[in-house]
Design a protein around this ligand. Structure first.
Ligand code: ATP
Ligand code: MG
Length: 560
């Protein structure tokens, strides 16, 4: 039943456990939760957890709560709470009325702490955190009992009451569970439950100056909400005995914890702490910088919820910690875009071509297919005239043998237009190519020669007089190394950031229909990739496009 493989049906070991529990009548229905700490924006790792938790609830007819794990007053903010809700909704999930906050349970958690003291299962320790840590022992040796471990119940209750009342400074006392300093589970060696922190909380204000630790708050919050399957990442496996201990000692709803492997992706970072560092040091332009693996960054980059959900489905859920290839994410987007994005022509680095036998002042409209994958997308008209732009690197004056694109004397096809033959090269005083001359064959209108003659390549182009000037942003990996996890601790991981992760191309020429693309709409620039207008900076006067992902190389091969 704890088979670690994922099967074709989208089943995994966690879904198998849920199915078996329901079949055995263990629970009336399945309840899961997604429990972010509101100290940053959501990233792809969270998307994996969201898809798993909300997905299970949907598939098994249960419900999934969104619970903010807001027990750390100093790092949490309303901005993050709002952003997290926006991102979960955007991904396509709904918690209904089950929006919860661990901070709503502070009073209940405190009452239970009192209960544990009364049962002899908790005590106030007045040692420093360093002392406590030094007494913990190791996997090989037992820990040492605190000299305060045998305080009386009334002494403990008195101290806890005064801790709550604010009588003591930070660090003066802590509340600890009284379990077993020799336990083989290090987590059970009298773990901390509360510490004093005179800090304002974003929701409870100054009501509290003691705050519960994650381990004390999390399982009890699950139990309060009657979460049946509390799904978390593998690093919490060692916490499970404590999770179970609190529930048992307090006699609560029997929530159970299950662990799966967290998502790590090649060439990027997947930790809020590091992502925050990038934002704060100005390495990126905010949490929604299109290079960030955050959901808002991916959205701005042009990723869709469908593509991200497909990616999560594809990678599956296992108990094996690994590194997932970024290509899987990109392919999920390509699949989605290929079906849905309309094709357009855009020239990133323009080179002017004058068609010398085309009448001056004449313009004609040529029909272009919007999406060969979707006949319903129809066609559009594209203006053609005597002066055009093609891509600078689609021409070589002295081409090597395998270069099949435009060269002096050579004939190529202009997509949806005509065959043209290069007849001349115009250079400036510095010897740089500034313009090409060419002739067109009027008989090849639409892109086919009636005499059946073939050309070896097809180029995209735009009419110079009709083109719109735009900025295009091309993105590369955030990091230069595949696996940041392999960087030694004593090195600054930021030295492995890719300094070429953003390339701004600011004199691109687009076909005129691209001025009217609403922000967020995907388009394919033929041969160049999938793009979307930048939500922050794009305007109809000056469109700005983000490249979401390059095309699969099928076209690239065909063109050479
Ligand atoms: P980070 O390490 O990025 O700071 P976190 O675990 O501290 O993340 P939380 O807000 O506590 O972030 O996470 C909410 C939920 O998302 C948790 O259940 C956590 O296990 C899960 N989660 C976080 N990162 C990943 C990941 N990389 N892959 C899968 N699940 C993740
Ligand atoms: Mg966490």
């Amino acid at each position: 039943m704890t088979d670690e493989s994922t099967s074709d049906a989208g089943r995994d070991f966690i879904r198998d456990i849920v199915a078996a529990d329901l079949a055995a009548g263990k629970h009336k229905g399945v309840v899961t939760r997604f429990p972010p700490e509101p100290n940053g924006y959501l990233h792809l790792g969270h998307a994996k957890s969201i898809c798993l938790n909300f997905g299970i609830a949907e598939e098994f007819g249960g419900r999934c709560h969104l619970r903010f794990d807001d027990t750390n007053p100093t790092k949490e903010e309303q901005e993050y709470i709002d952003a997290i809700q926006r991102d979960v909704r955007w991904l396509g999930f709904d918690w209904g009325e089950h929006l919860h906050f661990a901070s709503d349970y502070f009073e209940q958690l405190y009452t239970w702490a009192v209960q544990l003291i009364e049962q002899g299962d908790a005590y106030v320790d007045s040692q420093s955190l360093e002392e406590i840590r030094s007494q913990r022992g190791t996997a090989m040796s037992p820990g040492v009992d605190s000299p305060y471990r045998n305080r009386t119940v009334s002494e403990n209750l008195d101290l806890l009451t005064r801790m709550r009342a604010g009588e003591f400074p930070d660090g003066a006392h802590v509340l600890r569970a009284r379990i077993d300093m020799a336990s083989k589970h290090l987590i059970l060696r009298d773990p901390l439950m509360y510490r004093i922190r005179h800090a304002e909380h974003h929701r409870t204000g100054n009501d509290w100056c003691i705050y519960p630790m994650y381990d004390y708050a999390h399982g009890q919050s699950d139990a309060l909400e009657e979460v049946t399957h509390s799904i978390c990442t593998l690093e919490f496996e060692t916490h499970r005995p404590l999770y179970d201990w609190f529930i048992e000692k307090l006699g609560l709803f029997p929530s159970r914890q299950y662990e799966f492997a967290r998502l790590n992706l090649t060439y990027t970072v997947m930790s809020k702490r590091k992502l925050l560092e990038l934002v704060e040091c100005g390495h990126v332009d905010g949490w929604d910088d299109p290079r960030m693996p955050t959901l808002c960054g991916l959205r701005r980059r042009g990723y869709t919820p469908e593509a991200i959900r497909e990616f999560c489905r594809e990678i599956g859920v296992t108990r094996y910690n690994g590194l997932t290839d970024m290509v899987l994410l990109e392919n999920a987007l390509r699949g989605d875009r290929n079906r849905r994005a309309e094709r357009r022509m855009a020239v990133l680095r323009p080179l002017k071509v004058v068609i010398t036998n085309y009448p001056e002042g004449q313009t004609e409209e040529l029909e272009a297919v919007n999406n060969p994958e979707d006949a319903a997308a129809g066609t559009r008209m594209v203006p053609f005239s005597r002066e055009l732009y093609i891509e600078l690197d689609d021409f070589m004056e002295d081409p090597p043998r395998k270069f099949f694109r435009l060269a002096p004397g050579r004939e190529v096809r202009l997509r949806y237009a005509y065959f043209i033959t290069c007849t001349g090269v115009v250079k400036n005083d510095a010897g740089e190519i500034v313009e090409l001359h060419a002739t067109y064959d009027p008989a090849t209108k639409g892109g086919d020669a009636p005499d059946g003659r073939k050309v070896k390549s097809t180029l995209h182009w735009v009419s110079a007089a009709h083109a719109v000037t735009a900025e295009v942003r091309l993105y590369d990996h955030l990091c230069k190394v595949e696996d940041l996890g392999k960087i030694p601790e004593n090195e600054d991981w930021k030295t492995y950031l890719n300094e070429h992760s953003l390339e701004v191309v600011n004199d691109c020429r687009l076909e005129p229909s691209l001025t009217a693309v609403p922000a967020g709409t995907p388009v394919q620039f033929e041969r160049l990739g999938y793009f979307t207008p930048d939500v922050r900076t794009s305007s109809s006067e000056r469109p700005v496009f983000n490249r979401s992902v390059t095309l699969k190389d099928a076209w690239a091969k065909a063109r050479d």
